[in-house]
Design a protein around this ligand. Structure first.
Ligand code: ADP
Length: 565
């Protein structure tokens, strides 16, 4: 039985409890028996002393009859209470092991003189007149004795021999003590051997002890057997079953377990749980197998689709490159004849007479359409080059004032034509910045051109330049009081060929490429473009150009600590 074992702990606790209870009971019983025996001895001693007192009293009352003859002649016969007491005690002592003694302070007979115990008792009686008896146990010469004493007080029959006057010779020839009625005259002492009492007590104790041991043994063995049968064994079976389940073997069988009550219920529940788990596992394995198969098929399909997608992607990127190359080549090829057409149209305008209004208008139409077409082709060419990765920035330290001046030169006449109030403003001093001035000019020009285009006559267009100290970037804000843009359209106006309303194309003309290009140009500088707008109230487009930007050797953007200026 291991120390951790439940039975061991239970048995140990039970044994300790039973031993403590039985020991307490044993001590209590021993004490009670001892007390009982003392009470019996005390009673016995009391009866014996009373018997002696009665004899003494009888002799005292019959003194006259004993000492006077029929003629009234006095003759002391020596049968006074003390002599009779001593005599009967002697005879009693011969018949039994008991010793009865009449004693007092200054006893006449040396045999009656008090010993140590008796002297102490006499002193107690003289100190306390209400004390009725004194008793104790004493060992004399290795033997146990019960000592018992009662006091004797002087009465009428004592006085003739022991009363006043003190010193006067009494009838027995001894000097009187001078006692008065009620004085302590001595005591009767009884000495009783306790051998039988002690033997009885011992045998009782041994019997009781033996009985206690047998009872303890019986209790413990029955508890041990019951505990093993009802708790330990079934619990061990349950533990084995739990270990089996823990190791993944669900084929446990607890049906034949020898258990009762809660442990039986536990075993039944455990069996149910194991059965359910077994069923669940067998279902689960089937399901996992099925799902794995499905997953394998899905995975294969996914892989095939991914391969197809990759192939399509490769094809698309080849096509895209071809498209960009085609656009770049075509735009380049278109630009040369178009520039000639515009130049010739301008020449023709100068040569035509002023009154030939019809032809002048036709030629003007050729020139403006040519210019629009040139802008479109330039935008297309730039975007195609950006896409093909062939677009190069030429950064230099530039001043935004120059850029805004250049834009103003182009925009101011257009604004005047439409009677639009156009203005530019520097909200604070703007540092020099490293960027491609031509590309930044294109971006601002696109925004300003749109502002003029989408603002009706009499409106306002303003270019404001600011410097964001905290973000270390230059801000160019182009605002107008034009037609504005609906919120849902704001998201896609920066995409290529996207125009808010197709009717706008006819009304305002345009390609839908300007904002897309502006966005690309700004992002190439590490910057950005944003817009806020309200329909019929106007729009504000903002360009953000960071100071800390420089172009990498391979054309990629990279950050450094460069600050324009
Ligand atoms: P587009 O050549 O058509 O102007 P953009 O890319 O420059 O092409 O602009 C895309 C569309 O964004 C325009 O067609 C117009 O609907 C809208 N848009 C651009 N700027 C403004 C503006 N200042 N006010 C109102 N709408 C604008």
């Amino acid at each position: 039985m291991s120390r951790q074992n439940l039975s061991y702990r239970f048995m140990l606790a039970t044994t300790i409890t039973i031993v403590i209870v039985m020991l307490a009971n044993f001590l209590w019983e021993y004490h009670q028996q001892q007390r009982q025996a003392y009470m019996e001895l005390q009673e016995k001693a009391g009866v014996i002393t009373l018997q002696l007192l009665a004899t003494r009293e009888f002799i005292a009352r019959n003194q006259d009859r004993i000492n006077y003859d029929a003629h009234g002649h006095f003759e002391f016969k020596g049968l006074n209470p003390a002599a009779v007491g001593t005599g009967t005690s002697e005879i009693f002592g011969q018949w039994t092991d008991y010793k009865i003694k009449q004693t007092r302070f200054g006893a006449r007979n040396p045999l009656n003189r008090p010993d140590e115990f008796e002297m102490a008792a006499l002193q107690s009686f003289s100190r306390n007149p209400h004390l009725q008896e004194v008793w104790d146990q004493q060992i004399i010469n290795g033997k146990h004795y019960f000592r018992y004493m009662i006091p004797l007080y002087a009465n009428e029959s004592c006085l003739p021999c022991h009363g006043e006057p003190a010193g006067c010779i009494d009838i027995a020839g001894y000097p009187r003590e001078g006692y008065r009625l009620g004085d302590l005259a001595g005591a009767i002492s009884v000495l009783m051997p306790m051998d039988i009492f002690i033997t009885n007590l011992r045998s009782n104790t041994y019997r009781h002890f033996g009985f206690t041991l047998v009872l303890l043994g019986l209790c413990l063995s029955s508890i041990y057997l019951l505990l093993n049968r009802l708790v330990t064994n079934p619990l061990s079976r349950l533990k084995e079953a739990a270990v089996q389940v823990g190791q993944g073997d669900l084929n446990v069988d607890l049906r034949g377990i020898d258990a009762r009550g809660e442990i039986k219920e536990l075993a039944v529940q455990f069996q149910d749980m194991a059965d359910q788990l077994r069923e669940l596992y067998s279902n689960l394995e089937g399901q996992v197998e099925k799902r794995t198969e499905e997953l394998t098929v899905a995975n294969r399909e996914l892989k095939e689709k991914q391969e197809a997608l990759e192939a399509a992607n490769r094809e698309l990127s080849i096509l895209n490159r071809h498209k960009s190359q085609f656009l770049a080549t075509m735009s380049h090829e278109l630009r040369t004849p178009l520039t000639s057409i515009i130049a010739f149209a301008e020449l023709l305008q100068q040569q035509l007479p002023e009154d030939d209004q019809t032809n002048l208008q036709n030629v003007e139409e050729i020139r403006t359409n040519g210019e629009n077409l040139l802008v479109l082709i330039n935008d297309l060419l730039d975007l195609a080059q950006i896409e093909a990765g062939r677009y190069q920035l030429r950064p230099e330290t530039m001043d935004l004032v120059d850029v805004i001046d250049s834009v103003e030169r182009v925009i101011a006449p257009l604004a005047m034509q439409k009677n639009i109030d156009f203005s530019t403003e520097f909200l604070r001093e703007v540092p020099l910045v490293k960027a491609d001035p031509e590309k930044i000019r294109r971006a601002v020009l696109n925004l300003a051109g749109n502002a003029i285009k989408f603002t009706p006559e009499g409106g306002q267009v303003k270019i404001a330049v600011d410097f964001d100290q905290e973000a270390q970037q230059i801000l160019v804000m182009v605002s107008d009081t034009g037609i504005g843009i609906k919120e849902e359209d704001l998201a896609y106006i920066f995409e290529r060929f996207r125009q808010v309303d197709s009717s706008n194309v006819r009304r305002y003309r345009g390609s839908g490429l300007g904002l897309a290009l502006t966005k690309e140009l700004m992002e190439m500088h590490g910057g950005w473009v944003g817009v806020t707008s309200e329909p019929n109230k106007g729009s504000t487009f903002t360009l953000g150009l960071p100071l800390g930007w420089s172009q990498g050797e391979d054309g990629d953007e990279e950050k450094d600590n460069f600050v324009g200026g």
